[in-house]
Design a protein around this ligand. Structure first.
Ligand SMILES: [Zn+2]
Length: 421
């Protein structure tokens, strides 16, 4: 009954002043058992923000999409996958689990088609597949727009920064990113996700067994999707990166959450004095929400001097926050790649054996991102002695693949290889 009331209320809101035929996308919400749950009101307020953005034309490259979003039913706590999603298997375990929920909230996302600290991931396998979002993003002032952005991805919407303030802007969203530019994109937001009739609805058709790697068929669909979207993506990449940072201080950039595009080109716009500012920001516990962004930026900008490496290694050893340890270890991997820091490499090689699960796994991700040949030899050895097909082996294989790709393409090539997220 509660569900019906909630949805009726949302329809009422959506109908006022809007054109007819508003589609309501009712989304079930799940939280990983190791992630602290948030109140229903957090999600309901966010979905109202999303609905308002999608269902209003504010002019200048915006269309009224006649679609809204709402929470569907009571929140669910689930145990499949991991609260810090770090590879493809953990992502699939989280999204394609039996009796799953459409939006899944976790502590951190370290893999979204590429490895890196992300805040949301909507990985389009088929129309209407579930997506993930971090708890930090679920608490952000632009939370509903982040939900809409990832929901857009799973329905086939690619990044769009041809015009400003689009929901699908790869560097958004802020509370101002409320626009959808074309009716084609709007139609994707209205696509039937198979979850409209209360009771007995199937949220998604594909099934997936927790603990198993992605089915080949699903992977083929992913590849086909990216193949089809690579042309549009190449056009998107013509957008002026310089304008993204021209008027943005490092304090401002470090006070935003990354959603799903790793800002790999920041080294061209910021320098060592900015890293000093970032380190001061990292020392401020009040900025904990943004530490993953700050850590990522340090890794992508630093010249690899010992002071910067120590800031990251100390952070990993002394912070209590598991989610942030992943981001710090990946930042060290960036530094190994860009500055060939022997100290950062030695730290990751040692700490991949850490008894702290987040440190060990983060270090493996960092070794992958390093693209370094010594790191690769270590990963190859580890894979060869791990005889059981288990999660530990999967993340090693996954890091090994990253390592090879990054050696071949470079970090920038890895993050820009025709992808649209
Ligand atoms: Zn995106």
């Amino acid at each position: 009954m509660r569900t019906h009331l909630a949805i009726s209320a949302a329809v009422c809101i959506l109908s006022s002043g809007a054109q007819a035929q508003v589609t309501l996308q009712a989304v079930t919400v799940g939280t990983h058992s190791q992630t602290t749950p948030l109140a229903d009101s957090v999600y309901d307020t966010a979905f109202t923000q999303a609905s308002s953005a999608l269902n209003n034309d504010v002019g200048s490259n915006d269309v009224d999409c006649n679609v809204g979003m709402a929470r569907y039913g009571a929140q669910v706590t689930y145990t499949e996958g991991d609260d810090n999603i770090s590879d493809d298997v953990e992502y699939y375990d989280t999204t394609f689990r039996n009796n799953g929920t459409f939006m899944n909230v976790v502590d951190s996302i370290n893999w979204c088609e590429v490895t890196g600290s992300a805040g949301g991931c909507g990985y389009p396998i088929n129309g209407g597949t579930p997506f993930v979002i971090t708890r930090a993003w679920a608490l952000d002032p632009a939370n509903g727009l982040a939900f809409a952005h990832e929901f857009g991805h799973v329905l086939g919407n690619t990044h769009d920064d041809d015009q400003p303030l689009q929901i699908m802007d790869p560097d958004g969203p802020t509370t101002s990113h409320t626009k959808v530019r074309t009716s084609t994109r709007c139609a994707m937001f209205r696509e039937d996700i198979g979850c409209w009739n209360p009771g007995g609805c199937s949220l998604y058709a594909l099934s997936f067994t927790a603990g198993e790697p992605p089915q080949r068929e699903s992977q083929q669909r992913v590849d086909q999707f990216w193949e089809a979207s690579s042309t549009a993506s190449a056009q998107d990449k013509q957008s002026t990166h310089a304008s993204r940072y021209a008027d943005l201080s490092i304090e401002e950039l470090g006070s935003r959450l990354i959603l799903d595009r790793i800002p790999v080109e920041v080294d061209e716009y910021y320098g060592q004095k900015d890293v000093e500012v970032l380190k001061q920001m990292l020392a401020d516990p009040a900025r904990i929400t943004y530490h993953n962004t700050i850590l990522t930026l340090i890794g992508l900008i630093s010249d690899g001097n010992a002071g910067d490496v120590h800031a990251l290694t100390d952070y990993i050893m002394f912070t209590q926050n598991s989610a942030q340890k992943y981001a710090a270890a990946m930042a060290l991997g960036y530094i190994v790649n860009r500055a060939n820091s022997a100290e950062a490499l030695a730290f990751l090689l040692t700490q991949r054996h850490s008894s702290d699960r987040a440190v060990a796994r983060g270090s493996i991700l960092g070794l992958g991102l390093s693209g370094n040949i010594r790191a690769r030899a270590e990963l190859e050895d580890a894979v060869s002695v791990t005889v059981v097909q288990d999660r530990g082996r999967n993340i090693l294989n996954h890091a090994l693949t990253d390592n090879l790709l990054i050696e071949e393409l470079g970090l920038k090539g890895y993050y820009q290889r025709g992808r649209t997220r």
